[in-house]
Design a protein around this ligand. Structure first.
Ligand code: HEC
Ligand code: HEC
Length: 290
């Protein structure tokens, strides 16, 4: 009895959400062009788009398209600036807590299908630039359905315990031994791009198995497999960095078939919106992984 009570108490203590406080947020004037670029690099729209049936312009991230996960079907929320059903009333602190700590505005843990585990590595200023860009979009009223997850409040609290092993809020660190482009590519892939979330297999505890970093595995949404993106030239997948950049820019249209299914088509469409320098940087970084 006593042990069980102590166990419960310990669980309750370690699983409590620990949001950042206001002094963690720098004074920053958002760079909207950078925000737009990182919005695409981060794939926000891929998950937060509305359904065609909603009648809302599907180019806007008004939420509600079902996202299948191993724990149930989620409905990514509305992140347009609508004050009631979107994030129009969110402060910078609210936004950074969601994006980089995985803590919602009501203070509870967010489900890591929202890839805050990767976004946590981003510069806070870059995150604020995305918020600035989102604020320029048309506000859309769209109340999305509740997630279909069994015992969701308990799952949310349990995520606090999972975060001790599955979540690191450390920022991306440059490797001074590498070129500026390599570092930019590593930042884009591991921070905003969250390529790891699909391309690295997970352990039984749903944490990324870093011994098989970007080496491919089962698809996190349950169907099929995600290929390795290591050693892409050595394995004869692409001729060189320029070939990989062309694939990112054009995908299926130019016959690059291996970037079309399982969510990668959306990722490729987002990457196609990035400046060529950023794509070259991503290619340089990926091709360095043997
Ligand atoms: C892989 C899918 C996916 C991607 C990519 C994604 N999100 Fe989300 N997002 C979700 C899901 C699912 C939730 C709901 C999480 C929960 O309820 O615990 C969510 C929640 C949020 C929330 C919390 C909103 C609220 O009402 O609590 C914000 C803010 C948010 N996302 C912003 C973004 C931004 C900005 C981006 C791009 C930088 C982004 N998301 C990319 C799936 C995604
Ligand atoms: C939603 C999950 C998901 C995310 C996120 C994702 N990928 Fe993919 N990726 C896939 C899948 C699935 C395929 C295989 C698609 C196919 O065969 O049509 C793929 C294929 C690829 C390929 C082609 C591999 C080959 O063998 O030719 C490359 C390169 C690639 N992804 C790079 C990236 C990069 C870079 C990122 C991050 C910016 C990324 N992916 C993010 C799921 C994802």
């Amino acid at each position: 009895m006593l042990l069980a009570a102590l166990g419960l108490l310990a669980f309750w203590l370690v699983s409590a959400p620990r949001p950042l406080s206001a002094d963690a947020i720098p004074a920053h004037t958002p760079d909207l062009a950078n925000g737009e670029k990182l919005y695409h690099a981060s794939g926000c729209h891929s998950c937060h788009l509305p359904t065609a049936a909603s009648g809302i312009d599907t180019a806007l991230p008004a939420g509600g398209t079902p996202l299948k996960t191993p724990i149930g079907t989620l409905y990514p929320p509305n992140i347009t600036p609508d004050p009631e059903t979107g994030i129009g009333q969110w402060s910078d602190l609210d936004f950074v807590n969601a994006m980089q700590q995985g803590i919602g505005r009501n203070g509870s843990h967010l489900i890591p299908a929202f890839p805050y585990t990767s976004y946590a590595r981003m510069k806070v200023e870059d995150v604020l630039d995305i918020k600035g860009y989102l604020a320029t979009l048309a506000p859309m009223k769209n109340a999305v359905p509740s997630h279909e997850v069994f015992a969701l409040p308990i799952v949310r609290r349990g995520l606090g315990a999972w975060k001790w092993i599955g979540f690191d809020d450390g920022k991306f660190k440059e490797d001074p031994a590498q070129s500026a482009a390599w570092n930019r590519g590593a930042y884009l892939v591991n921070g905003p791009g969250h390529c790891n979330e699909c391309h690295t297999p997970r352990s039984l505890l749903m944490t990324s198995d870093m011994s098989r970093f970007l080496a491919g595995g089962p698809h996190p949404e349950g169907d099929g497999k995600v290929p390795s993106i290591r050693n892409l030239v050595g394995r004869g997948k692409y001729k060189n960095a320029a070939d990989l950049v062309l694939a990112f820019q054009n995908g299926e249209i130019l016959g690059y078939e291996d970037m079309s299914s399982g969510g990668m088509g959306k990722v490729q469409a987002n990457l196609a919106k990035l400046p060529e320098d950023d794509l070259k940087a991503i290619a340089e970084y990926l091709l360095s992984l043997k």
